[in-house]
Design a protein around this ligand. Structure first.
Ligand code: NAP
Ligand code: MG
Length: 483
């Protein structure tokens, strides 16, 4: 695969090509700061070519038997699995996630997602409605045409597949603009789509700038839907442009998720789930439980256990199988994360683990010492804003009413969870927590058959589950007069 080399092209209309302008940008390994590869930087003209080729490819794709399309997608899944180790290492090098996560989570999730959507292809049906009088009325689910997909750098592999798989399953082509900070696995996935025998132009991958290629995709009249995952600020901008064009945009955005731990839950289990969910992927996870709300009776014990784990965490070379926390994605991310640690200290929270010292040092790589703040109060910035790094805010509470008010007190609504042995309370919380994904006595479980979406400023629309049958097709109503 060319994506494994140090010179990477656009995947456009079935070929690996230079950008129309000849422009290129470098992608860096955040563990070393060294350039990993030079990547072709797509222009608005490249986007235009890709969208046109997408329409031609989608027509071919739609003419194939559903079972044949399903087989090709299964073949695509098998190729991703076969190349799993290479893709995992490429992702780890490009954005810093520990190799054991790239291998143990991201690769199986990609394969499972492709297989789930391959299975869905043969199950898309219309309806016959109870029509009045001498009429037959039925509905048909038609593909939208070309889907414009824009993805972030924190789960570059999984996010690309979460867009590609539902787009193809519903009969569409896709033009994917991955994040500049981690374009290599998406480029590899474009190559593997060709190797699997998918029609040329069905999966186009155009690395480049959000403000150029991303914007051109959102504005292109040939794009029938935008599927975006990224920050709330950019999501709102894209939502506005899409609504101007009267097309839909599914928006999977930021979060500030609360995990509520009641006094009847096991402090050891809570601490271990929080450590795993909060600090994996260096905390660069949209559903990280970055607000831990703990009932007073177990507050001190949970904190002691979390701090112990965080202080013992193995931070270092993400290619090492023992590493638990890799580097942040770039210097700007590290500066931004550290500004929150400085703000937390200034606001009067207690820094129970981590360091307030300036993290930029002579050592290469953008490593950051994981942090825990305790005695956080709801109004502090570290309790309200998405930090997107390994920084946990712990807030004490007493009683259910206080917990639910605190948990729902942000602009976001992506994930939320409750730990308790009381079934009634667990179900009351599942009802009242205002977030798209609720976990009870667990955190972060996902499956391609389950929808995954946020509420409020975390966006709307899902790339997973059967909801995609509606979201990635148009429903046509056909009336037939019977006499
Ligand atoms: P981002 O800055 O919003 O960028 C996301 C993507 O949008 C990138 O490919 C970016 O391109 C592109 N982009 C930027 N400006 C654009 C514009 N004007 N028009 C079109 N595209 C544009 O987000 P990020 O920093 O990559 O990712 C972190 C964010 O993603 C966090 O807020 C996180 O919570 C969120 N996230 C959400 C979910 C979810 O499922 N809800 C999952 C993962 C991540 P370039 O940056 O390459 O220029
Ligand atoms: Mg990189």
């Amino acid at each position: 695969m060319e994506a494994l080399t140090d010179k990477v092209s656009l995947v456009l209309d079935g070929e690996l090509v230079e950008a129309s302008t000849g422009a290129r940008f470098d992608t860096v390994n955040p563990a070393t700061g060294a350039v990993l590869a030079s990547v072709a930087e797509a222009s608005a003209d490249d986007v235009d070519r890709a969208v046109r080729s997408g329409h031609a490819a989608a027509r071919k794709w739609q003419r194939m038997r559903p079972s044949q399309r399903a087989r090709l997608m299964v073949r695509y899944a098998a190729l991703v699995e076969q190349h799993g180790d290479e893709l995992a290492l490429l992702q780890t090098r490009d954005m810093g996630k520990p190799i054991r996560e790239s291998q143990g989570i991201d690769v199986p999730v990609m394969v499972e997602t492709l297989e789930y959507f391959a299975g869905l292809i043969t199950k898309i049906e219309g309806r016959t409605t109870p029509a009045p009088g001498r009429f037959l009325n039925y509905t048909v689910r038609e593909p939208i045409g070309v889907i414009g997909a824009i993805t972030p750098w924190n789960f570059p592999a999984v996010q690309a597949i979460w867009k590609i798989a539902p787009s193809l399953a519903m009969g569409n082509a896709v033009v994917l603009k991955p994040a500049q900070l981690a374009p290599l696995v998406p480029a590899a996935l474009g190559e593997l789509a060709l190797e699997a025998g998918l029609p040329a132009g069905l999966v186009n991958v155009l690395p480049g700038r959000g403000s150029v290629a991303g914007n051109a995709l959102v504005e292109h009249p040939g794009v029938g839907k935008i599927s975006f995952t990224g920050s709330t600020d950019v999501g709102r901008q894209i939502g506005r442009s899409a609504s101007d064009r009267l097309i839909t945009a599914s928006l999977e955005l930021g979060g500030k998720s609360a995990l509520v731990a009641f006094g009847d839950s096991s402090p050891a289990v809570v601490a271990s789930v929080v450590f795993q969910a909060m600090y994996s992927n260096q905390g660069e996870t949209c559903t990280a439980p970055s607000r831990l709300l703990v009932e007073r009776p177990i507050y001190d014990e949970v904190i002691a256990l979390v701090v112990e784990k965080v202080e013992a965490a193995r931070v270092g070379n993400p290619e090492d199988r023992e590493t638990e926390i890799g580097p942040l994605v770039d210097a700007a991310a590290r500066t931004s994360v550290h500004s929150y640690v400085t703000a937390g200290v200034a606001e009067g929270a207690t820094l129970a683990a981590g360091s307030a010292a300036d993290p930029s040092s002579a050592a290469p790589g953008f490593f950051y010492q994981p942090a825990v703040f305790t005695d956080v109060t709801a109004g502090m910035r570290i309790a309200q804003e998405e930090i997107f790094g390994p920084v946990l805010s712990v807030l004490p509470f007493e009683g259910e009413d206080a917990a639910i008010a605190l948990a729902n007190d942000t602009i976001y609504g992506l994930g939320a969870g409750v730990f308790t042995r009381d079934v009634g309370r667990a179900l009351r919380f599942a009802q009242t927590l205002d977030a798209g994904n609720i976990w009870v006595n667990s955190w972060g479980v996902l499956n391609p058959a389950s929808p995954y979406s946020g509420f409020r400023f975390s966006g709307h629309g899902s790339d997973l589950g059967q909801a995609t049958i509606d979201a990635f097709t148009k429903e046509k109503s056909v009336w037939v007069r019977l006499d």
